[in-house]
Ligand binder design. Structure first.
Ligand code: CTP
Length: 433
């Protein structure tokens, strides 16, 4: 006897989302096809934990359906023809990722797959873990009915991750990193066969077949999880970290350091010139020696700005000690000036005593970008010669500002005359000889 269909409790989702999903199901039916809710949202719905991504899979022409949905719902559309995927952005900024249900074939290990439209069960079969290979029907006649061909719901209940076929990690070794993210985030274990296939893949040096860019993307996703130390701790426990990222240290105080870094990151607006992921990577690699840091930078194809950040790892303890000893903001400035913000924040994370921490924080919040009101031109107008002699004067002004010795232009002029009483003369000035 066939088992009764299981219907997911969609009332756990916001009412607007449910209305949206119903409309998508109806729109697909109008076109004589079916659309399914897939991916992490189905998993998280069954687990009753929050989720953000709205992924749907359409049987047939995904981009054409996405176009129709975008018109009907008043959104904007971006289509990625090569992968037969589209993103619809609604006016309230809701994102819907619309994929064409498909098969994927891997021509070689670690390569990007070749995709071909397929029925929904084939689409689920190409996925990474049973808990991610479930779908919810959105058709009006079967709204919310669960498709679970691989026993994902049972694995969710048993809190374990299971791959769908033996070649899974060979096809796509980045799944090992995904597995670490899910295992850490959901606090799941590995099913025995999956653990055995993992060991084989690591023995076969699976990561060597993956491009640096893909590895970096996956590692950054791990670094941006709520508890990165747990993600990289899993990789270490599985024996995967040595080949992936030699020199990484997820143990010890990383969890604490990451937690503090997370709070600092939330306080700093991400700008064009700084990257929170580079800060997190620096903390993960805090105990690595220069050769391991160089190797990681090359392997992950890091951009020059992140390479520069990583280079500071061996100096962090010494910089933190110097910052702790700094009694004035101008001393903090002398320790940290000219360094990338990621490094300065990492130093702050390492500073222990609350008073010193407060001082470094004050410097980073307000002092770091401080410039004197007087410019080089002003100093020349005051009789100081153009050239390298102006630099110590301007630098001295920054320090005087930081320590509250000057507050405005008049103070600055007075300070300069007092500390540099005899203007250095221009080298071309004949009276200088
Ligand atoms: N997927 C996969 N293999 C990959 C990447 C993705 O099988 N290498 C499938 C999984 O079914 C996954 C879905 O695509 O659930 C969506 O991918 P993604 O958004 O990366 O994963 P989520 O499960 O949604 O994870 P998260 O909660 O981190 O967003």
């Amino acid at each position: 006897m066939a088992e009764a269909p299981v219907t997911a409790d969609l009332s756990r989702l916001p009412a607007d989302t449910v209305t949206l999903l119903r409309r998508l199901g109806a729109l697909a039916r109008e076109r004589g096809t079916d659309v399914y809710l897939v991916g992490g949202l189905v998993r998280d719905l069954l687990l009753d934990v929050g989720s953000v991504d709205l992924d749907v899979a359409v049987v047939g022409d995904g981009p054409a359906f996405a176009r129709r949905a975008s018109e009907a719902l008043g959104g904007t559309l971006v289509v990625h023809e090569r992968f037969m995927t589209s993103t619809v952005t609604l006016e309230d900024h809701t994102l819907i990722d619309v994929a064409t249900a498909r098969t994927e074939t891997y021509e070689r290990s670690g390569a990007l797959p070749r995709v071909k439209p397929a029925p929904i069960d084939a689409d689920l079969r190409r996925r990474d873990f049973t808990v991610n290979a479930m779908a919810l029907q959105l058709a009006p006649a079967a709204f919310g009915v669960l498709l679970d061909p691989f026993g994902g719901a049972a694995d969710l209940a048993a809190r374990r991750l299971r791959i769908l076929h033996d070649r899974s990690f060979l096809d796509d070794p980045t799944r090992i990193l995904r597995m670490a993210r899910f295992a850490a985030r959901l606090e799941f274990g590995l099913e025995d066969g999956t653990a055995a296939r993992l060991a084989e893949a690591l023995e076969g040096r699976a990561f060597e077949f993956v491009s640096g860019d893909r590895l970096r993307e996956e590692i950054y996703l791990g670094l941006n999880e709520l508890e990165p130390a747990a993600v990289f701790g899993r990789l270490e426990a599985w024996g995967a970290l040595d080949t992936l990222l030699p020199g990484a240290s997820p143990g010890g105080d990383l969890a604490e350091l990451e937690e503090l870094a997370g709070r600092l990151i939330a306080l700093c607006e991400k700008g064009a010139t700084w990257d929170p992921s580079a800060l997190r990577l620096l903390l993960l690699m805090r105990s690595a020696l220069p050769p391991a840091l160089d190797a990681a930078a090359r392997k992950l194809n890091l951009p020059p700005s992140s390479r520069e950040v990583l280079k500071y790892a061996p100096r962090l303890p010494e910089l933190a000690r110097a910052a702790e000893a700094a009694e004035k903001l101008s001393n903090v400035h002398k320790v940290l000036r000219g360094m990338p913000l990621e490094v300065q924040l990492a130093v702050l994370v390492f500073v222990g005593p609350p008073e010193a921490r407060e001082r470094v924080f004050t410097y980073l919040r307000g002092g770091r970008g401080l410039a004197p009101e007087l410019t080089g031109d002003d100093l020349q107008a005051m009789g100081y010669a153009q050239g390298p002699g102006l630099k110590p004067i301007l630098e001295g002004l920054v320090e005087a500002r930081l320590d509250g010795a000057v507050h405005n232009r008049r103070d600055e002029e007075r300070w300069v005359r007092e500390h540099f009483p005899r203007p250095p003369l221009a080298p071309s000035d004949p009276s200088a000889n």
